[in-house]
Design a protein around this ligand. Structure first.
Ligand code: NAG
Ligand code: NAG
Ligand code: NAG
Ligand code: NAG
Ligand code: NAG
Length: 459
């Protein structure tokens, strides 16, 4: 169609026409949609913050799947929790008004996310419970503007992120809803009926994109229905061709049963995905600081939270294999990011302020980790001819053996990030180098949870 128009009406080739021609670029087929290059900012960003916040943050017990485990699965600990603490006729919907967000200060959140060193955030605008954090026209009385906070949470966070930080603004959206009667009816018809996507899910997605212009759309929860039921390809063609974010928006791969790890933008494959080797297709490891739950839960103990050493390891391993890390926190029902999450976020920021050079904007190297020393992970900046070796254990000998890089006599230079002085090294045969690390006191160490050698001119 493009060539035809170019030929018959060259005089119409004004910028507006060129633009509208561009808009025809993607067809509503996976073949066409999958050919879209991922906007470059995403691979450069490497590290994002996931935020699970909703009505499940009110009971804040067990997990964000509270409603399902309590009523559908009738798990004993959930049933007991309700019996012990709530009147017999108490419904999940009654938690709605208690989702107050009293202390929610979007500016405060934005400043904290910035301090974490993250380059994007992803907020759950609606989880499987169906409650929307914006005043959806299609979620009558089950949204944050009509009930609970009586505030447009998505808008407040958007404004704060965009006014105060350089972070990219991303939104999570669950396609299905556990107990929505329209969805259940469609499901009963083996998804021959399409009432739920037509009257709820698709209108909400268009509303979200048009009102909040997310730079990342993180779909989830296909409910066992194929992408044809959701009309995901029709929606994505609009998103990529015509939407206000068509040039910058990044999407994931959860657009219907069978699309995960196969279609869409970058791959998430499964929660906490980590292939352990370099993947050619861009991917993301979404994980949560609370090892058990994505939503806030009061019954978490200190051992349930990953330590900063474990989180730095996750980040480094993920980036060395070509992924991004999306690290989740769960705020409380009143809008507080608890001090344990705040500490982890600030610690990541501290670590990245020294080692970010080896993370942001890097590429994978020929090998993600070292062949001799465990817990050494590589990243690469081809233009600068720099290989970064991030090591998570400081060797007691004071010498770090690297089996993978080959040094070039008189040209290779080795430095410790945050230290700066060139370090002495010797070459090994047939490959590898031994680096003499500086002798530093604890207070002289540039950071405490992992260190980076920059290797200039190695092969
Ligand atoms: C919200 O947080 C910002 C940044 O920390 C702060 O300047 C502001 O005073 C806070 N607003 C309220 C109402 O507490
Ligand atoms: C955010 O920035 C816009 C445009 O500069 C401004 O109109 C708006 O008042 C700002 N909002 C806040 C909450 O600072
Ligand atoms: C799917 O979405 C596209 C784009 O909005 C629309 O043109 C098409 O009619 C939709 N198809 C169905 C079956 O809903
Ligand atoms: C490098 O990583 C691979 C894959 O995770 C692993 O099998 C191998 O043992 C690692 N190498 C070292 C030296 O730890
Ligand atoms: C590097 O080696 C040279 C020559 O042996 C020595 O003079 C120098 O002190 C060493 N530097 C460091 C930082 O170990």
């Amino acid at each position: 169609a493009r060539i035809f128009m170019l030929v018959v009406s060259p005089c119409l080739l004004l910028s507006g026409v060129a633009k509208s021609l561009n808009r025809l670029e993607y067809e509503p087929t996976w073949e066409s949609l999958d050919s879209r290059p991922l906007p470059a900012w995403f691979d450069q960003a490497k590290f994002g913050i996931f935020i699970h916040w909703g009505v499940y943050s009110v009971p804040s017990f067990g997990s964000e799947w509270f409603w399902w485990y309590w009523q559908e699965k009738q798990r004993p600990e959930y049933v007991k929790f309700m019996k012990r603490n709530y009147p017999p006729d108490f419904k999940y919907e009654d938690f709605g008004p208690q989702f107050t967000a009293q202390f929610f200060n979007a500016s405060h959140w934005a400043d904290l996310f910035q301090a974490s060193g993250a380059k994007y955030i992803v907020l759950t605008t609606k989880h499987h419970e169906g409650f929307t954090l914006w005043g959806s026209q299609y979620s009558w009385n089950w949204n944050a503007v009509d009930e609970g906070p009586k505030r447009d949470i998505v808008k407040e966070l958007e404004v704060a992120i965009r006014n105060r930080t350089a972070l990219h603004f991303g939104l999570y959206y669950s396609l299905f809803e556990w107990f929505n009667p329209l969805f259940l009816e469609d499901q009963f018809s083996s998804f021959h009926k399409r009432q739920f996507p037509v009257s709820k899910m698709l209108p909400e997605l268009y509303e979200l994109v048009n009102n909040y212009q997310p730079e990342l759309l993180w779909a989830d929860g296909d409910g066992g229905a194929p992408d044809s039921y959701w009309n995901s390809t029709g929606f994505l063609a609009w998103l990529y061709n015509e939407s206000p974010v068509r040039d910058i928006v990044v999407t994931n791969d959860r657009w219907g049963a069978g699309t995960i790890c196969k279609h869409g933008g970058y791959y998430t494959c499964q929660d906490r995905y980590h292939p352990g080797h370099i993947m050619p297709h861009k991917w993301e490891n979404c994980m949560t600081i609370d090892k058990v739950s994505w939503g806030y839960r009061r019954n978490a103990g200190i051992c349930d939270y990953f330590t900063i050493e474990e989180l730095v390891k996750q980040l480094v391993e993920t980036v060395s294999c070509g992924g991004n890390l999306l690290m989740n926190i769960g705020p409380t029902r009143d809008g507080i990011i608890s001090p344990i999450f705040e500490e982890r976020l600030r610690q990541m920021g501290t670590w990245l302020s020294v080692n970010g050079e080896a993370i942001y904007g890097t590429h994978t190297w020929r090998s993600p980790n070292d062949t001799v020393t465990p817990d050494v992970w590589y990243t690469f900046k081809p233009k600068e001819n720099l290989v970064y070796a991030i090591f998570l254990k400081w060797p007691t000998s004071g010498y770090l053996f690297l089996g993978e890089p080959k040094a070039i006599w008189s040209s290779t230079m080795v430095k410790l990030l945050g230290h700066g002085q060139p370090l002495n090294w010797t070459s090994l045969e047939p490959s590898g180098i031994v680096v003499k690390l500086p002798q530093l006191t604890i207070s002289q160490l540039p950071c405490q949870w992992g260190w980076t050698l920059s290797l200039t001119n190695v092969i």
